[in-house]
Design a protein around this ligand. Sequence first.
Ligand code: SF4
Length: 349
Amino acid sequence: MENTQKETIRPAGKGGLSGSTIKIIAVIAMLIDHAAATVLIRYLISGIQTAQAAGTALAWEQEHTILYSAYYLMRDIGRLGFPIFCFLLAEGFQRTKNVKKYALRLGMFALISEIPFNLAICGQASNLEYQNVYFTLLLGLLALCAFVFFEKVSKEPEKDLPAPLRMAFLATGAILPVIYLPISDLLDPLAFENRVLLCTLAAGAAVTGYFFYGMRWGLRRLQTVCADMTALALCMIAAELLRTDYAGMGVLTIAVMYLGQCVEFGPKEQIFNRPLHPYTRSLLSAIPIPSAEERERKVELIRGEITSAVDLPEGCRFASRCPHASSACKEKVLLHDAGEGHQVACVLQ
Ligand code: SF4
C-alpha cells in the first residue's frame, strides 16, 4: 500500500523536541529497562542465592535495598519507552513513501531481534512464551494500514467495500469475543480479567464511535469506524495470542517474595500458568475471578503462624504455614532452575 498522506503529525515551526531527541530518549529508556531486566536482576538473584547458601540472606537483602529499589525504578523508566516507540511508529507511518517496505523492515527487525531478546530475557535462543516489542509494533502498523484503507474507501463511493466484505467485517466484530474468549482461555486460563478489560474497551470504543462519528458523519462513517475497530481488535488479539512484549501489561518477569526472600521467579506466563511454590499457588488461588464456572474453585488458604522476621529459621521460611512441609524443609532451600526461565525455592520441585 502506498501512503499518499502529506501531513505530518509534528507541528511545523520552532520549539518542542526534535525527532532525533525523542529517539535518543526512547533508546536511553529502553537501555535502562533492559539493563535492569537482564543484568541487574541476574546480579540480585545470584547474590541472594549465594547469601542463602551462606545463611546471610536477610543481611544481604538489607545491604542491597538500594539496588532492589533501583531495579524497580529502572523498569518504570523503561515503561516510558513504549509510548515513545508508538509515537515514532505513527510518525514513520505518516512520513514513509512505501508502507510495505516499512512493514517489511519492521518484520525483519522483529525476527532478527528475537534470538538476542530470548537469550537476554530467558537465557535460551527459542521461547514462544514471549515475542519482542517489534512484533507488537508491527501489529500496530497493520492496524494503522487498515485505518487508512477504510478511510480511503469511505471517501470514494465508487470504490466502496463490497457488501460481503463489509458484512464479514461487521460479523467478525460481533462474534470476536465468542471466538476469542474460549481460545485465550485454553492458552491462558488466569488472564480472564485481561479479556474482560479488552472486551469492555472494545464495547466502550463502539459506543463512543457511534456517538462521535456515527451521528456526525452518518451510516457510512459508522461502517468505517466498525471496520477500524474490528481491525484494531484483531491486531490486539493477535498480540495477546502471540504474547508479544507490552501486549499485556508490559510485565516480563515476576518475583514472588516471602519474608524478604525470593521464593519464585520467572516469566509472567510461567508464574500464572505454572505456579510451583505453595505460597504462589495460594496467592493466585485467592484472586477473585468474576466467572460462574470458577465459583467452585477452591482457595488454598494459608494457615499457621507467620515466622518471626527477627528469628528466621535456617530452612524454608514458609515451613510454619506450608501444608506440604517435611523434615527436608528444615535444610537450606535455594532457588533452583525449574525450566523455561522459571526458578523456585521449594523441595517439592
Ligand atoms: S520447601 Fe517445604 S515448607 Fe517450603 S514451600 Fe516447599 S514444601 Fe513447603
